[in-house]
Design a protein. Structure first.
Length: 192
């Protein structure tokens, strides 16, 4: 009789153990699936937040552009490709840009087109060049997939003679070290 009870207890224990193992495995699978779903949702949230930030930046840049263009003291600087000969012969769209600025609005904005998409870790930097002074960083940007960008930036210093756009590695170098992509001359009346 004792043997029968022990055998029955062993059978019940084995059955409970099998059911517990099955439930634990099932629970772990569900937990893993929920974890992957949470990770996927987090990635979606980050993506949506990035897009929202980009839309907000574009809206702000567009608003700044409208205010500058409507200003009575609007000045513009035309930027042209620094190396026109080599690229023009290849019939490639040359990069170009325009800086619109207004002293009354205390703002300037750069619009560029035809820029090559920046490789990872690469940014474009805008520099004011003054006579007998080191270059001053005015702005940084990464163009969109179409090679366009609209970049709010400060007004140039009064003695600024030229503006250049360089392609730089993502370092915080205090002076230009990459290739010059665009260049423009600031007319004397624009710098006053």
């Amino acid at each position: 009789m004792g043997l029968a009870v022990a055998l029955a207890a062993l059978i019940v224990l084995a059955e409970f153990s099998r059911v517990l193992s099955y439930r634990t495995t099932n629970y772990l699978r569900q937990l893993h699936a929920m974890h992957q779903t949470v990770q996927q949702l987090k990635r979606r949230i980050v993506s949506v937040e990035r897009r929202s930030a980009t839309v907000a930046e574009r809206a702000s840049a567009d608003e700044t552009l409208k205010r500058i263009v409507a200003a009575s003291d609007l000045r513009t600087i035309k930027l042209t490709a620094a190396d026109r000969g080599k690229e023009a012969s290849a019939r490639v769209q040359l990069p170009s840009g325009t800086i619109a600025m207004s002293a009354a609005q205390r703002a300037a904005i750069l619009q560029v087109a035809g820029m090559n998409a920046a490789a990872k870790g690469t940014v474009y930097r805008v520099w004011w060049e003054e006579k007998r002074k080191p270059e001053t960083l005015a702005a940084e940007f990464i163009p969109d997939s179409e090679g366009k960008a609209t970049v709010p930036m400060p007004l140039p210093p009064q003695e600024a003679l030229t503006v250049t756009v360089t392609r730089e590695l993502g370092t915080d170098a205090p002076k230009p070290s990459g290739a010059t992509v665009l260049k423009g001359r600031i007319a004397p009346e624009a710098s006053r």
